[in-house]
Design a protein around this ligand. Structure first.
Ligand code: FES
Length: 309
């Protein structure tokens, strides 16, 4: 027992060293990081909190992958704020000050009937958190439709035959359909992820397409809202994975509060402990979306202070 406790402590304290760094697209970097304790207990849908430097801020990032045997986790980071920009400049061999996790509730996975599909709408770097969840559905035997949207062709990643999505397509040729969209039409369908989703919903309604068991949406908040509004009209269960602003990630501070309506009553959920996945149709998006902008001025000032402007 003592030996087990020692091993546990050793794993928890091992430096969060960057093993591999891969530039996926401009401003988007994939990291493989030594984190054996997190890797040994991670589940699809969970997130970690990353402290880039000792006096920095803890930012939430949903796990893109993990390897319990190697003791590593994979994160994909897009340079947006000063912390993410700092992390993306780090090189192989460098050590991240701290990573806490896995946190949040794992995805709830259901086995759907043959002919039904689980649709994932991923916006930009919503794709990495989608990846392990859709892989679990595929392993269970569920049919999956991935609608992966990007602003433009240059930002597309993991689509090639040796990319993560390409490899899943090769492994599950009969179970995985992939549709790409770009806002400017430079790759895949011209438009947003909602366009092919709407087509699928209409086809389901007229019995000319697959029944949609559920929709999982991860990406920019406005995209998740648009997906939620669309599927609500068709009565299709929809789950949104929320990458909210977080402070303590223990359900105490209220920073990640998500207003939801249950039986006509407004209830406060917290993305850190009740999520990150929540029923998209009960979220009060009008109240929730402005919360993403509450620290915009401080974030801009911080970027200037750290020369990331
Ligand atoms: Fe404080 Fe969730 S981050 S309650």
């Amino acid at each position: 027992m003592v030996a087990r406790a020692e091993r546990y402590t050793e794993q928890g304290q091992s430096p969060k060293k960057i093993i591999r760094r891969t530039e996926l697209a401009p401003g988007i970097v994939e990291f493989e990081i030594n984190a054996p304790l997190i890797a040994s207990s991670a589940h699809a849908g969970q997130f970690v909190r990353v402290l880039a430097w000792a006096k920095g801020e803890l930012i939430p990032l949903t796990l893109a992958d993990w390897d319990a045997e190697k003791g590593t986790i994979d994160l994909v980071v897009q340079s947006l704020g000063s912390s993410s920009a700092y992390i993306n400049q780090m090189l192989e061999g460098e050590v991240i000050a701290g990573i806490a996790g896995p946190l949040g509730l794992p995805s709830q996975l259901h086995r759907y009937h043959d002919g039904e599909t689980v649709v994932f709408t991923a916006g930009g770097v919503g794709l990495p958190p989608v990846y392990p969840i859709m892989r679990e559905h595929l392993r269970m035997g569920n049919h999956v439709t991935l609608i992966s949207g990007f602003r433009t062709k240059d930002l597309v990643f993991w689509d090639k035959s040796d990319g993560r999505v390409g490899l899943l397509q090769a492994e599950y040729p009969d179970l995985l359909d992939v549709i790409y969209t770009t806002n400017d039409g430079s790759f895949g369908i011209n438009g947003f992820v909602t366009a092919p989703l709407q087509e699928m919903l209409d086809a389901m309604k007229t019995d000319s397409g697959r029944t949609i068991g559920e929709v999982v949406t991860i990406g920019p908040p406005l995209m998740m809202r648009a997906v939620s509004d669309l599927t609500k009209a068709y009565g299709v269960k929809t789950v949104a994975s929320l990458n909210s602003i977080m402070v303590d990630a223990t359900g105490m501070c209220g920073a990640c509060m998500v207003p939801v309506t249950i039986d006509g009553e407004m209830v406060r959920k917290h993305a850190c402990i009740d999520g990150p996945e929540l029923d998209a149709h009960v979220i009060d998006w009008d109240k929730f979306l402005p919360r993403f902008l509450q620290f915009q001025k401080q974030e801009e000032a911080n970027r200037v202070r750290h020369n990331f402007a």
